[in-house]
Design a protein around this ligand. Sequence first.
Ligand code: SF4
Length: 423
Amino acid sequence: MERFLLKNIDRSDLTDMDEYIKFGGYSAILKALEMKPSDIIDEVKRSGLRGRGGAGFPTGMKWSFAAADPKKPKYLICNADEGEPGTFKDKPILEKNPHLLIEGMIISGYALQAEYGYIYLRGEYPKAKDILEKAIKQAYNRGYLGDNIHGKEVNFHLYVHQGAGAYICGEETALIESLEGKRGQPKIKPPFPVNEGFLSKPTVVNNVETLANIPYIIEIGAEAYSKIGSPECPGPKLFSVSGNVKNPGVYELPMGTTLREIIYTHCGGIRDDKKLKAVIPGGISTPILTPDKIDCPMDFVNMPKYGSMLGSGAVMVFDETVDLAKICLRAMKFFEHESCGKCTPCREGIGWMRAILERICSGSGMAGDIELLIEVSKNIAGKTFCPLGDGAAVVVQSFINNFRQEFEQHISKEFSKEIKVAA
Ligand code: SF4
């Protein structure tokens, strides 16, 4: 497949606006400015684009909700708070191709009739902040940002806001709270941000990759775009692959590419030609899969049929030497650290699961610990305010469901000395 999101990504000068334009950049916006905002929304709807942040909600539909709300001003926020372990798919766009995101945001802002846009950037991406701000300044100087863009009555102003490094601020309501200067904690929905978002005004929050797809849809048209990848979830998809593969990295492939193809064709197979033991397909909060499930097409519709989710498309690969009970413990330490503390099942329950897992992994596990873990996880799942609590519960349940023996071996102290935690 011809690359679009990662086109020319290895060029060191692609962050410069002239280079970006030399390779066709900013042509989609000129085409979009000749269209009516409602036609752009229809085009995005017909393209079948679904949000690339993890939830997979149809982008055009989300836009139409905000566009239909009469309240003004409207806001567009780019969620660049990429904080899930294993997820680094947006980083190449942010650091190496910032004008693609900016172009996508200008077109999206015009479609929504939003005059202000924010890029809410992960606190741990300081390099991207400098790159984005420099690129935004170039776009202002060349009349692509600001008032009366290219002589049209179109205004769009864009700002970068760097978060403090809290995972929960990737959740859209917490992100908006943080952007308003408040404590970054999720809010109850409804009302949804498309009607009451930033400063209580209609706000669309889209992921970096989602917005970077917009120029492509305008460039090739919805019909051609909808033929890429799988029918229900068309378009290109970025997969960030880490763990025990020969060639980890970010890959742009058609949506619906199978895990087997990603691991064995694009990433060169398992490092040192060892056996595959498990795969987490979409970031640490998506259920772990056994090797017999790797023929699943990676998209929002097919992954649930195989017992997991596409999530952010962050594929984590574990070979036969990895101690999965310790991976589960490591995940729980992450969730415990990132819990915002708003609701009791998450705040107290995840720490409890971490303590049990620590006991098991240190060789002090007791009979009944696995059942206790399952019990605690059931009292978290579905009882928390936001998906972080559910994510932690799902991790524990899916690891135990698929790899219970690993936990039992720790408890019975028969665990192989050769098995170690992956680097
Ligand atoms: S589930 Fe956890 S992170 Fe989400 S609101 Fe509750 S305490 Fe905060």
